[in-house]
Write a protein that binds this ligand. Structure first.
Ligand code: GLC
Length: 796
């Protein structure tokens, strides 16, 4: 592959040096233990330790020596969304003290401060590695826990390699790098992971915004160690016991993704860059004329005047507000890219304001500059509320231009490492290392970049989300980000960055997105077709088939690469793309309902098979299939030339989504997968809410809902539901939503609506039965507006 110079810059990225931890120094014995709130404060030989309950099932461990920097938490909500713990009991013995909530017992040995976490029956859930326990190393505080042979580990954001992190040693460090097969770490720096242990789940957040290192039995096979590379240690333990409870507990502390605007669940089309207004209009017209549903077109960096954020290049985009208004009439929205680097230019008001008010990061008493797209750029100090507010307010430029969503890129933050070519000229680079930069915190303290780097993009997303909300308080903002930290889910969707147009990158996109979902970030997608280099027609077809079922669905590609609109690869691939996207739009009621679950519980739309089938040992290692919500399972094709693939069907009964053929689970089988069809399965005894074809997400709201019901005859109880609201405002928080549930008692299906105040504009509902039950004809009708409708079943 011939790599252009601008990309070679990116390959270098910000290297993470991982020196050995060095010999650990134990924390020493407890000199004094005192009750403190919902826990205890321990004075040990070399540090102060606090152990307390945030809820009955969530434990916080905080450790710091007298000289350790203590930073505010950027991950946590000011007030967690969980119930506070019930009464806490403390039992002090000579050797050990025990602290009990209603769910857990924490045992702390006085000598060496060895910790063991047990349930209330005394069964051990987690314990310190006896050789080290809690210790201080030359690289900072380290927790050392004993590993069990069958333990599995997931999370820590989007990473290359397998989903299970066991046996690996990885850094958490937000980094701009081209996604190669083994590039690590990448853009997201989420210091949260989950542990699968003996059928039970635990979650761990290392609440540190600096570089941290996690060793999952890599250095010592039966030891897990992790810690921040500087400063005090703060660890939160979420004890489940199920995976969904762990995610619920974690997102109770770090926040949940709010319901996104419905249009953002549609297809987004992007390119670096659509050159000018007429090209954008042409692209939009093509989508409509060709009958390919789409909601958004993205404007990459060339819409700006000389890469100055919050500006438009008027020679390319003379009247952005008129453009957005015209596109809106046709059901399109524009999303504009924003980079944090502000061009160093005294005649540019954003830069001038930032300098005047001291809003930029500093280096040695002067603003810190790094070269990015506009050349020398200054970087807003998002760590202060005042700076976030300023940045958020600048988004009025986009609001006035009718821009509906913001795409935050390069926010690791990224800067070039080598000379950078613009046209024929070369921009020479000076010192680029952001390590020289310092940031000012809310309390006035100045801290080195390395201490807080991982939260930089995170806080930019906060600034953007809150700014958009201030500008239009009753409109759900849409923000897309490349970098992310623990808790970013409450402000932004995320994509997996610059992936290559290769089969291995397509395959890799599954564990990357699933890894994000298991890190609390569920609204994720990967550039459909791949970003770098040219996609082939076949690769694009396979990519859009699975990409069309991803939580975030965007086609994007880079400068100089082959066109990557759905019609760019000839009529056959265009038809495949059309079918895949139409299917996404037909499934929107199901997808939207799943997003509402994410907003309530933290459970992502995309989940590994083991999340739905925790007792099925055969699905544990399956990483090339994905559950789309609780009921659908997709088996994408990752091989060129393939016309079939092997699929693992988890235990239970299944149906083929397309043919309606019933299949027995608990087996692996080879299924047909011609280019026109990605294998897709649906669990038996479910009702999936769908809708007829639309051109964009909010198109033809009066069309009926269509329930696709798959029955075996064993169905009993609730088999499906649909959540509805206006899809754009916050009225749902004031009761303007509705839920319709489908029940089966073996003899009839019952459709019950009436939960919530929202009056759906739909003209009614239709039911299509698959499987053992037979209907009178293809579609059965449910009259409009009835609170309960009973549909008798006949069995074949
Ligand atoms: C970065 C982004 C990419 C974008 C490009 C130009 O590489 O990851 O998506 O197109 O910058 O803005």
């Amino acid at each position: 592959m011939n790599i252009p110079v601008w990309l070679a810059n990116r390959l270098v990225g910000a290297a993470v040096t991982e020196a050995a931890d060095g010999p650990p120094r134990a924390v020493g014995a407890a000199r004094e233990i005192a009750r403190a709130g919902s826990g205890i404060a321990v004075a040990a030989d070399s540090a102060a330790v606090s152990l307390r309950f945030l809820s009955d099932a969530i434990v916080e461990l905080a450790v710091g020596g007298p000289d350790d920097e203590r930073l505010p938490s950027f991950a946590r909500l000011a007030a967690p969304l969980c119930l506070p713990p019930g009464p806490i009991e403390l039992e002090e013995g000579d050797e050990e003290c025990r602290l009990r909530s209603r769910a857990l017992e924490l045992r702390l040995r006085r000598a060496g401060l060895q910790l063991e976490v047990c349930d209330r029956q005394g069964a051990s859930l987690l314990r310190d590695d006896e050789r080290f326990g809690l210790a201080h190393t030359p690289r900072g505080w380290r927790v050392h826990w004993a590993l069990e042979p069958e333990d599995r580990f997931y999370g820590l954001g989007a990473r290359t390699g397998g989903l299970d992190r066991r046996g690996r040693r990885v850094g958490v460090w937000s980094r701009d790098a081209l996604v190669g097969e083994a590039t690590d770490p990448l853009y997201s720096a989420i210091p949260f992971f989950v542990i699968a242990r003996r059928g039970r789940w635990l979650g761990v957040l290392l609440d540190s915004p600096g570089h941290s290192v996690f060793d999952f039995g890599h250095t010592v096979a039966d030891r897990l160690s992790f810690g921040p590379c500087r400063g005090a240690l703060s660890v939160l333990l979420f004890t489940g016991p199920t995976l969904s409870q762990v995610l619920e507990q974690y997102t109770a502390v770090t926040g949940r993704a709010p319901l996104p605007p419905r249009w953002s669940l549609g297809h987004h089309q992007s390119r670096y860059s659509y050159d000018d207004e007429s090209e954008v209009r042409e692209i939009a017209a093509e989508f409509r004329q060709r009958g390919i549903p789409t909601d958004a077109i993205h404007l990459d960096i060339h819409y700006m005047r000389g890469f100055r954020v919050f500006t438009f290049d008027r020679s390319r985009f003379p009247a952005p507000a008129a453009l957005s208004a015209d596109l809106a009439r046709d059901g399109f929205r524009l999303v504009a890219i924003v980079d944090p680097g502000v061009k160093r230019d005294k005649r540019y008001d954003v830069y001038r304001e930032g300098i005047e008010h001291g809003y930029f990061a500093r280096a040695g008493g002067a603003p810190f500059y790094m070269k990015v797209w506009p050349g020398d750029a200054a970087f807003p100090d998002f760590y202060r509320a005042e700076v976030r507010r300023w940045w958020g307010d600048w988004h009025r430029v986009y609001r006035e231009a009718g821009i509906a969503g913001i795409w935050n890129d390069m926010n690791e933050p990224a800067g070039w490492k080598h000379a950078w070519y613009v046209g024929d000229g070369v921009i020479p680079l000076g010192e680029q290392d952001p390590g020289r930069a310092t940031h000012q915190l809310e309390d006035g303290r100045s801290v080195p970049h390395a201490a807080v780097r991982n939260a930089y993009g995170h806080l930019e997303n906060q600034a953007t989300y809150e700014g958009l909300l201030r500008l239009r308080p009753d409109e759900r903002p849409f923000v897309l980000t490349r970098s992310a930290f623990a808790g970013t889910q409450r402000w932004a969707a995320q994509w997996t960055g610059d992936v290559c147009s290769t089969w291995s990158a397509l395959r890799q996109s599954l564990p990357m997105m699933l890894g994000l979902g298991l890190s609390g970030q569920g609204f994720v997608g990967s550039d459909i077709g791949g970003f770098l280099s040219d996609s082939t027609p076949e690769l694009y077809a396979r990519w859009i088939q699975i990409g069309a079922l991803a939580p975030f669905c965007r086609s994007h590609t880079s400068l100089h690469s082959h066109r990557q609109e759905p019609w760019s690869f000839g009529p056959r691939v265009e038809a495949i793309a059309r079918a895949a996207l139409q299917q996404r739009y037909q499934l929107l009621p199901y997808l939207y309902t799943a997003f509402r679950d994410t907003a309530r519980t933290g459970m992502p739309l995309w989940r590994p098979l083991f999340a739905e089938f925790p007792d099925d040992a055969d699905v544990v290692a399956v990483e090339d299939q994905v559950m789309v919500g609780p009921a659908l399972m997709a088996a994408p094709v990752f091989e060129p030339g393939a016309s079939s693939r092997r699929v693992v069907l988890p235990r239970g009964s299944w149906f083929d989504w397309y043919s309606g053929q019933s299949l027995e689970g608990g087996q692996a089988l080879t299924v047909d997968a011609p280019l026109e069809r990605m294998p897709l399965f649906v669990r038996a005894d479910v009702a999936i809410p769908t809708q007829p074809e639309v051109r964009f997400a909010d198109d033809r709201p009066e069309q009926p809902l269509i329930w696709e019901v798959f029955l075996t005859g064993a169905a009993r109880g609730e088999i499906g539901l649909v959540y509805e609201d206006d899809g754009r405002s916050f009225a749902y928080q004031r009761g303007q939503s509705s839920v319709t549930r489908v029940w089966c008692d073996g003899e009839a299906l019952r459709f019950r609506s009436g939960e919530g105040l929202y009056a759906s504009p739909r003209s009614g509902a239709l039911v299509r039965l698959h499987g053992a039950a037979v209907g009178d004809d293809g579609l059965l009708q449910i009259p409009h507006g009835v609170a309960e409708h009973v549909l008798p079943l006949r069995w074949a």
